[in-house]
Ligand binder design. Structure first.
Ligand code: PLP
Length: 385
């Protein structure tokens, strides 16, 4: 048997990770400014995380949601404490798509509607409803197109509000910083206006914080630039530092749980909860939200000085550096010649940076040095080709 070949991969086999570094089979050491696709929040194999997971594996890995699991309650408490988000209930799942799938479903349970407003360039995952709300027709199959979706520009609040006035929209789903779409940020004013209009027209506001949440943007959630209380917040990537876990924060004023309304076999299992707890404990102890904001700002300032970079987008340690040429080959060059992992986005010219949130100033310096050297040698190579 072979794998169903859907990914384009670098010819590198990673066998070890430690902090901000990953190592291949030959022992080569790479600086990870991709964070395994925004997943590595507290660094690879963080000792506290490894210790917590190891201890739990020896006790109990999994039992279903048919028995009491106080680790779920501990995770909910810790999340409220570290994020500062109060008055929400937690529902646990296994991935970002599943979080958004349940968020959209809950919104529809709430108001009985099915039309969704989403943003152009938004990405919400590949399950049926989540992919239908994603602005990428290439990844939608015909069976995914079961409800109407309207896509609006991120900076056109007026068109969203005009549409909401028809009183037929189930939910507005928004990434406060669009990850895959190209790091565009919605403004605080836009979020505030959309939130007010959603309330007025009985429409749910879903904040997709799968990528930008958990401290990546320099605040616990990226939407916190505005004083809003979304109906549902979806989370995943940074939540388990590589252990598959996702979740929904559900505003208690918006929804009441009913038995059987949502459900999952694996979501909220014992090991996943401990992974989630370990991440939050490290975020708190090591002050990683502050680190994300502070070092993210320093890295952004240093990138601005690079002449080949035309524009910077994002916040905190979610940085988009836009070049005036497609970065596909540069990215590959950085991996193979400068031992540096970075990310990409739908914008072919945008390098997306998503390092672990516990990088230190010397990692930031090392990154800038590698990036500058990488751009220089890449340009030379291109000029002589
Ligand atoms: N939402 C956002 C904003 C994402 O960036 C992603 C994945 O990249 C998803 C949802 C889907 O998450 P997953 O791949 O865990 O299903």
């Amino acid at each position: 048997m072979k794998m169903f070949d859907v990914y384009s991969v670098y010819d590198v086999e990673l066998v070890k990770g430690q902090g901000t570094y990953v190592y291949d089979k030959a022992g080569n050491k790479y600086l990870d400014f991709y964070g395994g696709h925004a997943v590595i929040s507290i660094g690879h194999t963080h000792p506290h995380y490894v210790g917590r997971l190891t201890e739990q594996i020896e006790k109990l890995v999994f039992y279903s949601n048919s028995v009491v699991n106080t680790l779920q309650d501990q995770l909910a408490e810790k999340l409220a404490q570290v994020s500062g988000v109060k008055g929400y209930d937690l529902f646990l799942v296994n991935s970002g798509a599943e979080a958004n799938e349940n968020a959209l479903k809950l919104a529809s349970f709430g108001n009985g509607r099915s039309k969704i407003i989403a943003l152009k360039n938004g990405f919400h995952g590949r399950t049926s409803a989540a992919v239908n709300a994603t602005d990428n027709h290439k990844i939608q199959a015909s069976l995914n197109k079961g409800f109407e979706v309207e896509y609006h520009e991120i900076d056109n609040v007026e068109s969203i509000i005009t549409s909401l006035k028809k009183n037929d929209t189930c939910a507005v789903i928004v990434e406060a910083i669009q990850g895959i779409g190209g790091m565009d940020c919605i403004t605080a004013e836009a979020l505030t206006s959309i939130s007010a209009a959603c309330k007025e027209h009985n429409t749910a506001l879903i904040l997709d914080e799968v990528q930008a949440g958990y401290g990546r943007s320099g605040s616990f959630f990226a939407y916190e630039i505005a004083a809003i209380r979304p109906d549902i917040i979806s989370m995943a990537k940074g939540m388990g530092n590589g252990f598959p876990i996702g979740g929904l924060l559900i505003n208690q004023e918006s929804y009441q749980a009913k038995a059987g309304m949502l459900g999952t076999t694996f979501g909220g299992n014992h090991l996943a909860c401990v992974a989630g707890l370990a991440v939050l404990e490290v975020i708190e102890k090591e002050n990683l939200i502050h680190n994300s904001k502070h070092l993210g700002g320093q890295i952004a300032d240093a990138i601005k000085e690079i002449p080949e970079v035309k524009q910077l987008k994002g916040r905190g340690l979610m940085i988009g550096a836009e070049f005036d040429f497609p970065i596909k080959d540069l990215r590959k060059h950085l991996v193979h010649n400068h031992m540096l992992f970075t990310g990409s986005s739908k914008n072919p010219n945008m390098l997306r940076l998503l390092p672990p949130l516990n990088i230190n100033p010397s990692h930031a310096d090392e990154f800038i040095t590698k990036l500058k050297a990488g751009i220089h040698s890449y340009m030379n190579k291109k000029a002589t080709a």
